[in-house]
Design a protein around this ligand. Structure first.
Ligand SMILES: Cc1ncc(COP(=O)(O)O)c(C=O)c1O
Length: 396
């Protein structure tokens, strides 16, 4: 191989030497409570299948029926021949579910952020972004070319200071956007949305929240963070994913009709990338129907979450500031986190280690995602194994 690849070899070696390479596991089953890897079953704490809908019979049947009618792929972008009656059905269902004026369905949550931020702000504008926002928000901000001002995590006072320092005059033509994750994906803590709403109003900023880990989890029947805080109509833009609690692949933007109308004209992934598949769209419609009809799964998710968090706290683990079913087991050192995860894996628990660059260098952790599909004895068995492994590594 030529010299031009030297830097790549060095980069990969550097990652390996520092224990930072990602070890991808190949899954041989649906993301159930028990997941199959290398022919063996593991208790699964690494899927975003919060409500256990990924293998739900009704969702599977809806997908199969949709494929029979609409085919497997749309073969067009939404604005050419890719918008089907199923997309419209899903957008209407989500509009009712989220209690917003309108919804635009896109191909993923990541894409929804890339689509939305550059459509709303540009080169001469300003974005205030929580320092721990998801990579897709960060990339959306970069794409927009707006000036990005990070504020300390969850710290709305720091945000106000930064807004004030900027001294935006009423005559300024710069648009301003405050953007935050709703539930932070690595820590499981929740954005102070009521305070952000106040600040957005006071300083006339647009306010956008990414509800990827809030939907199906927070609010009545899992309607998400805006419902949780009873802020309907007060948050300009909610970005959502269909890939976690809704258990398919896809994303959407929910909010004021005027914003959705603009996105339909300017959001580049809507204009230039093929539409969501019929299987995903139909299954997502069914997921929304299930949640609208009953909150049983959301209740079960929270019962499991409270039960297991209590166990971990009793054992003496540091679970950070988690307020949701995302539970970090804070370990600090990335090598320790990887060894810990490997030991759990050897004992039948699939819970991945998260290290740099996903989290800061000294904030490596095991990240657990609790689901409604976990059975009580899965959780009991897991807490016993956590006790053993925690003692082995002397972290409890
Ligand atoms: C906060 C947040 N936003 C967006 C995404 C991306 O969603 P998707 O997987 O649908 O692209 C994720 C997924 O990890 C996320 O955690």
């Amino acid at each position: 191989m030529g010299k031009k690849f030297d830097w790549i070899r060095n980069e990969l070696k550097n990652l390996r030497d520092n224990g930072l390479t990602i070890d991808v596991k190949v899954v041989e089953s649906a993301p159930n409570a028990l997941i199959k890897i290398n022919g063996k079953k593991y208790i699964n704490f690494s899927s975003n299948n919060y409500l256990g809908l990924a293998n739900n019979l009704k969702l599977r049947k809806a997908s199969q029926k949709a494929i029979d009618k609409y085919g497997v792929g749309p073969c067009a972008v939404r604005t050419i021949a890719g918008t089907t009656s199923l997309h419209i059905k899903l957008e209407k269902a989500l509009t009712r579910f989220k209690k917003v004026e309108d919804v635009l369905v896109l191909q993923s949550g990541f894409i929804a952020n890339l689509a939305t931020i550059p459509a709303l702000v540009g080169e001469n504008d300003i974005i205030f972004s929580d320092e721990l926002n998801h990579a897709s928000i960060i990339d959306g901000c970069r794409l927009s070319k707006a000036k990005v001002i990070k504020y300390s995590h969850l710290n709305f006072k720091n945000l106000e200071d930064k807004i004030k320092t900027l001294n935006l005059s009423k005559q300024s033509k710069a648009k301003t956007l405050i953007v935050t994750d709703g539930v932070f994906s690595m820590d499981g803590d929740i954005a102070p949305l009521p305070n952000l709403v106040e600040l957005a109003k006071k300083y006339d900023c647009l306010l956008m929240v990414d509800d990827a880990h809030g939907e199906g989890v927070l609010g009545k029947n899992g309607r998400g963070i805006v419902d949780h805080f009873k802020l309907h109509g007060k948050v300009d833009i909610e970005v959502g994913t269909l890939s976690k609690a809704f258990a398919v692949v896809g994303g959407y933007v929910a909010g004021k009709k005027i914003i959705i109308d603009l996105l339909k004209q300017h959001a580049r992934p809507f204009l230039f990338s093929s539409a969501l598949t019929s299987a995903d769209t139909a299954a997502a419609c069914t997921a929304v129907e299930i949640l609208t009809r009953s909150d049983n799964l959301v209740k079960k998710l929270w019962e499991n979450t409270f039960y297991f968090k209590e166990k971990l706290i009793q054992l003496g683990f540091d679970i950070g500031k988690s307020q949701t079913p995302i539970i970090p087991i804070m370990l600090g050192d990335v090598k320790l986190a990887k060894e810990f995860s490997k030991k759990l894996f050897d004992k039948g628990i699939f819970a991945i280690a998260i290290g740099f660059p996903t989290v800061a260098m000294d904030k490596a952790r095991i990240r657990l995602i609790i689901s409604a599909m976990h059975k009580r004895n899965d959780l009991e068995k897991t807490s016993k194994i956590f006790r053993e492994v925690g003692k082995t590594f002397e972290v409890i």
